[in-house]
Design a protein around this ligand. Structure first.
Ligand code: S3P
Length: 431
């Protein structure tokens, strides 16, 4: 439990280097492990989620060296893993679980997969079903959750699959099975989700066709080790973007942020809310990168609908906080996926922000945030909870910057799932 800090009267100022992108760090380990030769990953995210993926590959016999943010993976090729001696532990990480279910769906041994309490409540049938259509055999509980077993399997066949939900984890699981399958695998996406898997497959020398929402891959087992520079995570930068916009007297630059168009919804949404974000594009390979600068600004309420959700899915909690400070109402709809994240993020955002006086109505698929509310603790002090969810913990810490009264946070250690050192980086810009 910690006491959260208010922003000083002088605001938040300076520049921040947020850690490497979580989605890209997971994928760099995965492609590095299945490629032939050595992969060097720079600006690797050493957070709990990604370290679980790293441990899984070590358990499968892959040699991985880590020196701070630099990681070297000695790739084995996809058919040379060793049978693990214990269950593969995914911790809190949905990305590890779902992508690895696809990647490991054709191995000559059984693998048990387990996760923490939150992960063990999250839906996995969305991945095991299409993989079963390809010939994989993944056993889950009767609720379709972990713990599970990826059974021995020696054949996968390509499928055509129309995505029922916009999910990069489901898409990536099918693609990672597709590159091991006989025949073509074709995925049809109505509303595009993040495309890091597609980009990285190309970077590792693989072939993939992407056109008008139709993604095609076929069998390819000769990927080559690469050097990957991981951009800083826009989902982590989001907390500083909003903090800089809503805290009086602030000017913040967030350096070297990945601005992949399938991930930059936070920039587009804040811009529609009236924010001016200065985007200084930088040279990059594989993924576009920029320095982002914001100053304190007035925001206005907007409508955020289903098409906006995939590219901002992880940023909706901090966007909801920004909306409490905007003029007018913000309506978020078509966001039912939030209910199956690390927590039910519609429920946890509403319950936590109400504790500091925000006016929010809960909807089945989103929320209505009545803006223009000066945040203050409702009684003498507010006890905010992370609910074990990293992004709810960080949203609470940003809310506290502009809340009058004492704010305490329970469960702050959840931040290490994606952003170890978040509170230290926040206090650096308060000096
Ligand atoms: C991720 C995809 C998203 C996102 C998650 C990371 C990925 O999940 O919420 O934090 O790396 O592919 P969904 O695929 O469930 O939308």
């Amino acid at each position: 439990m910690i006491r959260l800090t208010h922003a000083p009267n002088s605001g938040l100022n300076g520049s921040v280097n947020v850690p490497g992108d979580k989605s890209i760090s997971h994928r760099a380990l995965m492609f590095g492990a299945i490629a032939n030769g050595t992969t060097v990953i720079k600006n690797f995210l050493t957070s709990d989620d990604v370290l679980h993926t790293m441990q899984v590959f070590r358990d499968l016999g892959v040699n991985i060296e880590q020196n701070g943010r630099m990681v070297t993976v000695y790739g084995k090729g996809i058919n040379n893993f060793s049978a693990p001696q214990q269950p593969l532990d995914m911790g809190n990480s949905g990305t590890s679980t779902r992508l690895l279910m696809g990647l490991l769906s054709k191995q000559p041994f059984d693998m048990s997969i387990i996760g923490d309490d939150s992960l063990s409540k999250r839906p996995m049938v969305r991945v095991s079903d299409p993989l079963a259509k390809m010939g994989a055999n993944i056993q889950l509980t009767s609720n379709g959750t972990l713990p599970g077993v990826i059974k021995t399997n020696n054949q996968l066949l390509g499928i055509t699959y129309v995505m029922p939900v916009a999910s990069a984890q489901v898409k990536s699981a099918i693609l990672l099975a597709g590159i091991q399958a006989e025949g073509e695998t074709c995925i049809i996406e109505k509303n595009p989700s993040r495309d890091h898997t597609e980009r990285m497959l190309k970077q590792f020398g693989g072939k993939i066709s992407v056109q008008d929402g139709i993604i095609k891959v076929s069998r390819q087992l000769s990927l080559k080790g690469q050097c990957i520079n991981v951009p800083s995570d826009i989902s982590s930068a989001a907390f500083f973007l909003v903090a800089g916009l809503i805290t009086p007297n602030s000017k913040l630059t967030i350096k070297n942020v990945g601005i992949n168009p399938t991930r930059d919804g936070i920039i587009k949404i804040l811009t529609r809310m009236g924010a001016k974000i200065i985007i200084d594009k930088l040279d990059s390979d594989g993924e576009p990168v920029a320095d982002l600068t914001v100053t304190t600004q007035e925001l206005k309420g907007i409508e955020i609908t289903a098409e906006d959700i995939p590219s901002a899915v992880d940023e909706l909690p901090i966007i909801a906080l920004a909306a409490t400070q905007a003029k007018g109402d913000t309506i978020i709809s078509g966001a039912e996926e939030l209910r199956v994240k690390e927590t039910d993020r519609i429920a946890t955002v509403v319950s936590e922000l109400r504790k500091v006086g925000a006016q929010i109505d809960e909807l089945p698929d989103g929320m209505i945030i009545h803006g223009g509310t000066a945040l203050k603790v409702v009684n003498d002090s507010a006890l905010l909870l992370s609910h074990g969810d990293h992004r709810i913990a960080m949203m609470n810490a940003v809310a506290a910057l502009i809340t009058t009264g004492d704010v305490v946070l329970e469960g702050e250690d959840a931040m290490s799932v994606s952003y170890p050192g978040f509170l230290e980086d926040l206090s650096e810009v308060m000096k």
